[in-house]
Design a protein around this ligand. Sequence first.
Ligand code: GDP
Ligand code: IMO
Ligand code: MG
Length: 423
Amino acid sequence: MQSLAIVGAQWGDEGKGKITDLLGQKCDVVVRYQGGNNAGHTIIVGTKKIVLHLIPSGILHDHCVSVVGHGVVFDPEAFKVELEDVLSSGCKVTPEKLKISENCSVITMYNRLLDGQRESKGPVKIGTTGRGIGPAYEDKISRKGLKLKDLLDLDHLTAKLKDNMIEKEVLFKTLYNCEFPSVEEEAARLFELGKIVAPFLTDTFSFIDKSLQENKKLLYEGAQGVLLDIDYGSYPFVTSSNTSTGGIYTGAGLPGNHIGEVLGITKAYLTRVGEGPFPTELFDEKGDFIQQKGGEFGATTGRKRRCGWIDLPLLKYTVKASNITSIALTKLDVLSGIEDIKICTGYEYEGKTIDCAYQGIDLSKVKPILKDMPSFNDDFKGEVLSDELKNYIRTIEDFVGIPVGILAYGPERSEIKFQKDYF
Ligand code: GDP
Ligand code: IMO
Ligand code: MG
């Protein structure tokens, strides 16, 4: 297999960073292709904790080239902070090791402001990360956006910003009634930040193409999860990119037939940050217990993650929607030892019983069918898994029709069992 894709099979925060870091040891190139610094991918090595937002999770390996593809929306200010963080952790970051597409769309101050204003004053609160993701993708799609290469020439940058601001100014002045920077201030800020990004800018399309021709091993690191996909997710409570495998083709510039495996990262239970329906959400002490034991706080915003049981109709759907070929089941240690665990095996919806969600289903109207599962109490020290845990895993595999290839039972790199070979 030459290329592997890693996607979140739920609502994000499934443990993609940990698995990407681990499999990154075996590959040559790790590519981010969508989203932006709304992502928070945690890697724990010994006592060191690194949270990556924009920089791909292959960066800790010196042999590995990390690529930020053109489908990513890129906040150069967030990059500056992250770069300093990663460098201060002792990790090397050079233009040979980190390549950023000169065609990434830029997240401006106006985009961040607009995100914040809509969340605080708009009619529907999505619970965004406040990073300006939606407004930046809007600018891209409306063909008004800045590309990273635009930051390198101040006159050109000022002219483009001026064009972009004609509409924004009306919104800030008349609708939101808020302060905003002048075109000149924003151009000067972005121009300075552009100098920090400049050494890493390149034509990543050709780099990926060349890597494939040289038979290099590539890993595509998805951000968020399929249920947050702008097309496949629980709209409007989604992010603004294609988080599913489809995003790779548009966001990385990859000729389609190299991906041998799509690994869907799935927690043994389910979490969600932000607003939106969540059929198996727990509102009781058990939910609080899982939230505490699992340390379920957002890696980007620090918000508490909502917790619930694993939802197999949703998982079956994300497997289909993203062509997932195997699963990495994470956080098994969190569920271990908890009595009376449940799995959702179907929904009652519009007078029918269904076992698979679908695009456009109204998740706020489904009634989950919950099955009691024998609890397991594994400490994962030996090779042998308890019959109860094997049963839990087999129930998932049988339901969604693909194997669980990885079991994760702790945040550390080493706390993992492979049931299948990758690379
Ligand atoms: P990502 O966005 O998918 O990369 O996931 P996050 O980093 O936002 O959240 C996953 C959290 O769970 C992080 O704090 C990880 O260190 C941690 N983690 C990952 N896998 C496991 C696991 O198997 N068990 C436990 N207890 N923690 C894990
Ligand atoms: P990783 O890559 C979990 C959620 C937000 C909000 C919605 C829209 O770490 O798994 P946005 O700021 O993107 O416009 O917010 O999407 N969200 C995430 N939830 N993990 C993430 O990334 C997320 N990125 C965005 O909480 O509900
Ligand atoms: Mg995360």
